[in-house]
Every structure is written in structure tokens, then in C-alpha cells.
Ligand binder design. Structure first.
Ligand code: ADP
Length: 244
């Protein structure tokens, strides 16, 4: 269902993005692992069974020219733009509001929300220019979008991603591009490893499945939303939270 398609995964150097690159590659996609950290992107590609069929890209989603250069590089490599895009790149800079400086706020909004916009816009423009149709985009929101202590910046960015997803779904439907988002709960990635042990125990208490998710479990849902199997879904937000 994703076989032979070109799939761009931002944040592909770690966690959910890396798990998604592996899953898409196993299903026959040509994968572009894009990450701000080029060595991480390269490690992801090196871990795929046929690294030469895939591409590692150094790309900063919050920087318009970096995103545009990245899309050009994909077109040069594969002779076509990506028709599948997963916006997985994300950061946290947690502080209570009264201690949060302006930079911590804008950095998180720039990567998580503006980055999702920039990559979506550049990829869809390229798809249209190449006469492509039938694309799919999956954005990563978060269960934290409902509000979470110490995460005013992150929660706002992820609520924004959800709203952006619904609007993009409405606007891009006429181009044959579906746009959905997943809302992961607590997933075992580097991002969650920074959470204090006491908070982790509290999270487990309110998670019906009584464990954290694995990046692979979130990747499965993203891959489903990227594939034709979800052909009648657009504008949806799918929770992957262990019931939280
Ligand atoms: P998760 O998998 O839960 O989203 P991780 O922290 O494990 O969280 O992975 C996030 C990935 O996003 C990292 O590889 C990180 O380098 C990448 N990333 C962070 N900021 C940017 C950015 N501005 N552009 C591209 N990739 C980024």
C-alpha cells in the first residue's frame, strides 16, 4: 500500500520517526529520513535493509530554505517529489509559564507547528508542480494538546498541529491529498526519557494499559494513515495512548 512510493519522514533520526522509516522501508517505500541531526538520519538509513534505495537528509523543519533545499534534493535523487509525508520532527522545552522565557516558547512553536506548515506547503507545491496526485500527510500532535503542566508551549504547538491538520484536510482534498494526525500518549522515546521518575509513575497510574507505548506502535498507525488502507480518512486525529 506504500510500495514504491517516496515517503518523507521528518524527525527520522530518532524515536517514532526512525521506527516509521523502518516500517515504511519494510513495506517497500523509498524512504527519506530527514533530521536536523544528519548523523541520526544517516544511522536510520544505514539500519534499513537496502540503504542505497533510501535517502538521509539534513533538514531543519523550522527553516524555510532548508525545507525547500531538502525537497529539491529528494526530487534530484528520486526524480519525483514525495507523495507521502510524515511530520514527526518535534522538540520540548518544558517550563511552567512564569519561568518560561520567550525563546523556549518560540523555538517549540517554530519546530512543531511552523515546521509542520513549512514541510506540508513545500511538499504539496512540489507534488502539484510534478503533476502528482493522491498524496497523504500525517502530522504528529500529542495527548498533551489538551493541556499539560509545564508544557504551555508544547501543548499549544500540538493543539495547533491538530487544527492545522483539519484545515489542510479541507484545503488539500481537491488535490487528492489526505491529511490526518496521530496523538501519541507517552511513548518510549528520548523525549519521554527526560520526564522525572515520579511523574512517569503518575502517568502509568492513569494509563489503562499500564505501560508506555513503543515508537513502533505509533509508527504502525502513522503508516496506516499514509497508506491507501485509510483512503476515506482525512482531517482525523487518532489517539494512540494506551487508553489515556
Ligand atoms: P519523538 O520520536 O517522540 O517525536 P524524539 O526526540 O525521539 O521524539 O525524536 C525527535 C526527532 O526530531 C529527533 O531526531 C530530532 O533531532 C528531530 N528534530 C528536532 N528538531 C528538528 C528540526 N528543527 N528539524 C528536523 N528535525 C528535528
Amino acid at each position: 500500500m506504500v510500495a514504491n512510493k517516496i515517503a518523507l519522514v521528518t524527525g527520522g533520526g530518532n524515536g517514532i520517526g526512525r521506527a516509521l522509516c523502518r516500517l515504511l522501508a519494510r513495506n517497500g517505500a523509498r524512504v527519506v529520513a530527514a533530521d536536523r541531526v544528519s548523523t541520526s538520519a544517516q544511522e536510520t538509513v544505514n539500519s534499513l535493509s537496502n540503504p542505497r534505495s533510501h535517502l538521509a537528509l539534513e533538514l531543519d523543519v523550522s527553516d524555510k530554505s532548508s525545507v525547500e533545499t531538502g525537497i529539491k534534493c529528494i526530487i534530484e535523487t528520486f526524480k519525483a517529489p514525495p507523495s507521502l509525508v510524515a511530520n514527526v520532527a518535534g522538540i520540548t522545552r518544558d517550563f511552567p509559564i512564569l519561568q518560561m522565557d520567550e525563546r523556549a516558547f518560540t523555538d517549540v512553536i517554530d519546530v512543531n507547528l511552523k515546521g509542520t506548515f513549512l514541510v506540508t506547503q513545500a511538499a504539496v507545491k512540489a507534488l502539484v508542480e510534478h503533476g502528482g496526485k493522491d498524496g497523504a500527510i500525517v502530522n504528529v500532535s500529542s495527548i498533551s494538546s489538551k493541556g499539560n503542566y509545564g508544557q504551555a508551549n508544547y501543548s499549544a504547538s500540538k493543539a495547533g498541529v491538530e487544527a492545522f491538520t483539519r484545515t489542510a484536510a479541507i484545503e488539500l482534498a481537491k488535490l487528492g491529498v489526505r491529511v490526518n494526525c496521530v496523538m501519541p500518549g507517552f511513548t518510549r522515546t528520548a523525549m519521554v526519557e527526560t520526564v522525572p521518575e515520579k511523574v512517569k509513575q503518575q502517568i502509568l497510574m492513569i494509563t489503562p494499559l499500564k505501560r508506555f507505548g513503543q515508537p513502533e506502535e505509533v509508527a504502525e498507525v502513522i503508516a496506516f494513515l499514509l497508506s491507501d488502507k485509510s483512503s476515506f480518512m482525512t482531517g482525523a486525529s487518532v489517539k494512540v495512548t494506551g487508553g489515556m
